[in-house]
Ligand binder design. Structure first.
Ligand code: ADP
Ligand code: MG
Length: 346
């Protein structure tokens, strides 16, 4: 079917040939996935559970840059960012659909690489690819993933459930994905000026991975469950800690105190931020794409979580009139602001 050249033009396969090729080895892990790819719709069984749905769209040039994003990583990340949204509801992801728009520059081999990453994420998180759509695109790659998950009604954690006195907690560490992006952007510029210079990312694996290969924190959802802790509110950290804390406080109609010295920042993130003349705290507050979980728990649960190395208690929830505050390392109290990307622009 294929010629002997190294790459294969997608038009040789046609839409149906491409779908068949990409999905012929698909595995289903969930008994609830009764019918996957191959009919007009997938058929799923969620007996007795609530069903959760979330979707995300990624556009080439807006959300990713193929100059430093391997397609396999892109496929993996596109799935992870969706799984993260289901985890942020304290639920379990079970199925995904993947829709792609492809411009003519993409070869079959390139799309195979993308699907390798998608399947890797599915395998690792036991999630089933049960459908999607395939189209041509005039410019660049469009990648849209929808995820379905389930939970018992009593377990679902919304953004609006935080109560006065609750502890504010975050998993893992923050700011690494943003600092990793700075590194990749710098190496891209150096490469564009002189293609003979190879990217110098030595010793920076952790933060490069934080940017290119994020992991949804399903382990934290399971950990909390095993400890008997139900978060009163939860959100995933996609846009930076400040923005996510404010979402919880606004939707719960509460205020907060967050302590700068308690914000978890990895040493490599810290050092590299400094090399870029960036404030590591600002990277954590406004950088985004860390895909950690931010959640609130009742004070009564303090003993259950206090010794877990993967959970940091960074502050507490207050009455709304007190506002949302960041207490700096020197003790100064500042209004917490979601500056997003603007925080970095001078
Ligand atoms: P329809 O014409 O009914 O939209 P398609 O020909 O687009 O059907 O899709 C056929 C089957 O392949 C469906 O089960 C669909 O969900 C699945 N599918 C299509 N594109 C993709 C894709 N990019 N990834 C995974 N499954 C896909
Ligand atoms: Mg279709």
């Amino acid at each position: 079917m294929f010629d002997n050249s190294e790459t294969t033009n997608i038009s040789q396969l046609g839409e149906f040939g491409l779908i068949d090729h990409l999905t012929k080895n698909v595995k289903l892990y969930h008994p609830g996935s009764q019918k996957g790819i191959g009919d007009d719709a997938a058929v799923l069984d969620y007996t007795g559970k609530k069903v959760l749905v979330s979707t995300d769209m990624l556009l080439e040039g807006i959300h990713f840059d193929l100059a430093y994003t391997p397609l396999k990583h892109l496929g993996y990340k596109a799935v992870q960012v969706n799984l993260s949204d289901i985890c942020a509801m304290n639920a379990t992801p079970a199925q995904i659909t993947v829709s792609i728009g492809l411009s003519s520059k993409y070869t079959l081999e390139a799309i195979e690489e993308l699907y390798e990453g998608i399947y890797l994420a599915c395998e690792k998180y036991r999630v089933d690819l049960v459908g999607g759509d395939t189209s041509s695109s005039k410019q660049g790659l469009v990648l849209s993933v929808t995820v379905l998950g389930y939970a018992d009604e009593a377990d679902i954690a919304y953004r609006n459930g935080a109560e006065e006195g609750d502890l504010i907690c975050v998993s893992g560490d923050l700011g690494g994905a943003y600092v990793g992006l700075q590194l990749l952007e710098r190496e891209k510029l150096i490469y564009l000026e002189n293609p003979n210079i190879q990217p110098d990312l030595e010793g920076k694996d952790y933060i490069v991975e934080r940017q290119l290969k994020p992991e949804a924190r399903q382990d934290i959802v399971e950990l909390l469950k095993s400890m008997g802790v139900k978060p009163t509110a939860m959100i995933d950290v996609s846009d930076g800690l400040a923005s996510e804390v404010l979402h919880i406080c606004r939707q719960s109609n509460k205020g907060c105190n967050v302590y700068e010295e308690k914000i978890p920042i990895d040493p490599m993130t810290y050092e590299t931020a400094r090399e870029f003349n960036l404030d590591p705290t600002v990277c954590a507050l406004s950088g985004g794409e860390d895909y950690e979980l931010l959640f609130t728990v009742k004070q009564a649960d303090y003993d259950k979580i206090k010794n877990d190395v993967d959970i940091s208690i960074i502050g507490y929830v207050t009455e709304p009139a007190a506002g949302c505050n960041l207490v700096s390392k020197s003790g100064g109290v500042h209004e917490l602001k979601a500056q997003g990307w603007n925080a970095f622009k001078k």
